[in-house]
Design a protein around this ligand. Sequence first.
Ligand code: CO8
Length: 261
Amino acid sequence: MPYDHVKLERTDWGLAWLTISRPQALNALNRQVLADLDAALDEIATDPYLGVLAVTGDGEKAFVAGADIGEIKELDALSGRDFARRGQALYDRLADLPVPVIAAVNGYALGGGTELALACHLRVASEKAVLGLPEVTLGVIPGYGGTQRLPRLIGPGRALELILTGRQVKAPEALALGLVNRMVPPEELRQAVEDLARTILARGPLAVRAALEAVRGGMQCSLAEGLRLEAQLFGLLCASEDMAEGTAAFLEKRKADFKGR
Ligand code: CO8
């Protein structure tokens, strides 16, 4: 289905590209972009052939330059809270997808843009990417999960430094902070994301989904509960054809041919 501000392109090998496209405003998220993203996620969530989703921004300059500042300016206490909750729910949908989601950070990823990248499971950045949570410079705080996901990813000390100052970091520093997984030249970004996707897609599909579930679930509970979840998922995988195939392939010194069963 076509959208005004989102492009959804599927490959025939399990990867789909979700591109946010409002280039005249550096892909800033206004209400229409958020609505399009929500609708695209409906489509993505029911796609049985999807194995990895890649998220990026249209054009050379920006991933997403944040929420639309013109719209933020009009918010009051109640609408501001609702707006934040709606954006958080949307990002949660992305984070809760059963397949890996990779952010291809192709340029400015500020405010809601960095928060979008944080809601993805992995982040590959172009060397010219700039990330940051500049909300305090506008008199607000991150409202799409930044105060929660950034400290969980890079630790509270480093996260607070970025959140309290609003300082923007270039890709090399983002890499050193652990804010992105990899950094590549701009012209290699798409290929790097596709290579990463292909690597993941060659693994046991049930195992990949279970690993996501274990890590995601474990981040939200105690260590003891997380270990229980891990053991349950491990046990379930032991009953899968993929596990029989993966272990047999290793012992027979051949490549595994996983079926996702
Ligand atoms: N919102 C609206 N318009 C934007 C935004 C934005 N976030 N970012 C860029 N634009 C527009 C500019 O206004 C400009 O429009 P026009 O051509 O009509 O003047 C166009 O995009 C191009 O931008 P610039 O001319 O500014 O381009 P530069 O290369 O000079 O600068 C920057 C690029 C540095 C990225 C600059 O545009 C900038 O600083 N943008 C704002 C970045 C920012 O502060 N983002 C955070 C926004 S707050 C947020 O995301 C909160 C998320 C949680 C919300 C919770 C809601 C309740």
